[in-house]
Design a protein around this ligand. Structure first.
Ligand code: SF4
Ligand code: SF4
Length: 284
């Protein structure tokens, strides 16, 4: 599929804005119970490229994985950003947040407490991925750490945007930060706090296989003639009709383009509602 996404139009950036030499947006990225998939996705944006975004608009000041520095040095730098850019930096959170401080510590500090501390002076908090947005995989099943989402730990008056997905679309992550950089505030959010620009439609609504769905032409297995012809994957358990995400509308090559069903990874509780089981359970 060809990507149809244009970040400048989506974020409403004018030429004047591009020519301004604003300070880059400081971002502190704290990882809780995560698999690092969101960070890896973040490094793979094409529109704009992650490199362009980082060199020109976003300054990633702290990330346990992506910072070049480590140890005491980077922890001290993080603390200095809280003061120097009070009210100006974005706190990005990846991963579900365990109920107990002891379940996850970094640099000798409870990650849960560090998120609360970092959120206090942040301009806004952006939850990257389904784990920080909804609890996600750490909260699935018996939820052994009683993991919760970002809103279970930070005060209600702190502005929050959720960018769910497992992982989220890289361009949606970068685009949300760029909106803050260029407009000074979070983008318009829906009732569930997701940026409308990326989460207004279901995958099904703009799916490139939708014409086959409308004609009732379905693949019955992953290796039958229908699958080879690119027919709709609904009978294989596709959850695109219940998954709000921009994979198909932006034309980024994700599950359905790769010939696999949508598993609704951007939806709350997707793992307990089927996960990778081939879609036998449907999201209600
Ligand atoms: S493959 Fe899934 S999202 Fe696409 S048309 Fe079929 S049911 Fe809808
Ligand atoms: S197609 Fe569905 S499962 Fe795949 S990335 Fe998009 S929302 Fe997630």
């Amino acid at each position: 599929m060809m990507s149809t996404y244009n970040w400048i139009d989506t974020i409403h950036v004018t030429e004047d804005m591009l020519e301004r030499k604003d300070q880059r947006l400081p971002v502190i990225w704290i990882s809780a119970l995560d698999c690092t998939g969101c960070k890896e996705a973040f490094t793979r944006s094409f529109e704009p490229t992650t490199l362009d975004a980082m060199l020109n608009f976003i300054s990633l000041e702290y990330s346990e994985l992506l910072s070049a520095a480590g140890g005491f040095q980077v922890e001290a730098h993080k603390e200095s950003i809280f003061e120097t850019y009070k009210g100006e930096y974005i706190l990005a959170v990846e991963g579900g947040i365990p109920e107990s401080d002891e379940f996850l510590m970094i640099a000798g500090k409870s990650v849960r407490k560090e998120i609360i501390h970092a959120a206090k002076n942040a301009k806004a908090v952006v939850a990257f991925g389904s784990c920080s947005s909804w609890g996600g995989i750490p909260a699935a099943g018996v939820n052994p750490t009683n993991a919760g989402d970002i809103r279970s730990v930070i005060p209600e008056d702190i502005p929050v945007a959720l960018v769910p997905g497992c992982p989220p679309i890289p361009e949606a992550m970068i685009g949300t930060l760029l909106h803050v950089h260029f407009h000074g505030e979070l983008p318009e959010l829906d009732k569930k706090l997701r940026p409308k620009a990326y989460y207004q439609k279901t995958v099904h609504m703009t799916c490139h296989r939708k014409s086959f769905f409308d004609q009732k032409l379905f693949a019955e297995s992953y290796d039958d003639d229908g699958a080879r012809k690119g027919y709709c994957l609904f009978k294989l358990g596709c959850k695109g009709p219940a998954a709000f995400n921009a994979c198909e509308s932006m034309g980024v090559d994700r599950c359905i383009a790769a010939g696999f069903t949508c598993i609704g990874c951007s939806e709350n509780g997707f793992w307990d509602k089927g996960g990778f089981c081939g879609g036998k359970k449907r999201i209600k």
